[in-house]
Design a protein around this ligand. Structure first.
Ligand SMILES: Nc1ncnc2c1ncn2[C@@H]1O[C@H](COP(=O)(O)OP(=O)(O)O)[C@@H](O)[C@H]1O
Ligand SMILES: [Mg+2]
Length: 268
């Protein structure tokens, strides 16, 4: 190979920020020398590798910025373990139509049933689909916005939670909110209303939200906006964590008094 030409090629690819094509140039040329593809095929091959690399790098950056607690996909979700979930409903969300329509997804159920997993899985799908996502627990969100109120920086901090197309608010209802917390939560839901999607998880049914927000009126106003364009997934089932511990033998012999554990100790 002509070294002068190779140097100029590398310099050009670098200048054009075709990082991956630059890195794979020698290998691709060697393969082409053996396989002798048509010129367009050669170019297609090199540029496709560049494109693939960029897509995965964008996804990586998005994923890092999203602040997900763990990376689990919808494909890793075992729907057979949680029959109360309509798999078609989740598959339908996977089309991401709800994001284009500024719709919300609310996942309700007791601890360990997969609420966060599904929220994370949907967030990953959204990012694969080119949307930005941001994950926060309700607790961190309220602490952050409460602090912003005290410092007179609410508007500025609010932007953190309104700029992504998808905001995941995890664990609403584990801790009751004070009046400031309830108010900033309402403001956030209003700010995102018909502008961006919220994926929310909660261990409390809607009837308990008055208690969670410490005020029936504000809870009703939040629910009014949240539920206007939304899908609720009500998960009624056993904790997956419990099943895993049982598999590890930590529950044997199963205490007969506890229905939930007994059912699973038999492999149900
Ligand atoms: N149906 C399921 N299939 C596969 N893993 C699951 C399933 N349900 C829960 N898990 C796993 O169990 C753990 C607890 O689930 P998580 O979604 O965090 O529960 P929670 O409902 O409390 O948010 C996670 O590691 C999650 O990946
Ligand atoms: Mg959770």
């Amino acid at each position: 190979m002509n070294h002068n030409v190779m140097d100029r090629l590398h310099a050009l690819l670098t200048e054009l920020s075709l990082v991956q094509a630059d890195a794979l140039l020698e290998g691709t040329l060697e393969r082409a020398a053996k396989e002798e593809p048509a010129y367009p095929d050669f170019l297609l091959d090199l540029l496709s590798m560049e494109k693939e690399f960029r897509t995965s790098r964008i996804l990586q950056t998005r994923t890092r910025m999203a602040g997900l607690p763990y990376l689990k996909t919808l494909a890793q979700f075992d729907f057979s373990f949680q029959p109360s979930i309509d798999e078609r409903q989740i598959k339908d969300m996977q089309t991401l139509r709800f994001i284009a329509d500024y719709g919300n997804v609310i996942l309700l159920g007791p601890p360990g049933v997969g609420k966060t997993h599904l929220a994370v899985g949907l967030a990953i799908e959204a990012m694969r689909g080119g949307y930005g996502a941001y994950f926060v627990t309700a607790n961190d969100l309220i602490n952050d916005l409460g602090k912003a109120v005290r410092e007179g920086k609410l508007e500025q901090r609010m932007r953190q939670y309104t700029r992504s197309k998808v905001l995941i608010i995890d664990e609403v209802g584990y801790l009751p909110l004070d009046p400031v917390g309830a108010t900033v939560f309402f403001q956030l839901v209003s700010a995102r209303y018909e502008r961006g999607s919220i994926i929310l998880t909660s261990n409390k049914s809607y009837t308990d939200w008055g208690t969670v927000f410490g005020d029936q009126t504000i809870a009703a106003a939040i629910l009014d906006r949240l539920l206007h364009h939304s899908t609720t997934v009500n998960i009624r089932g056993d904790s997956y964590r419990l099943k895993e511990r049982k598999k590890a033998g930590l529950f044997s012999p199963a205490p007969p008094a506890r229905d939930e554990e007994a059912a699973h100790a038999t492999g149900a």
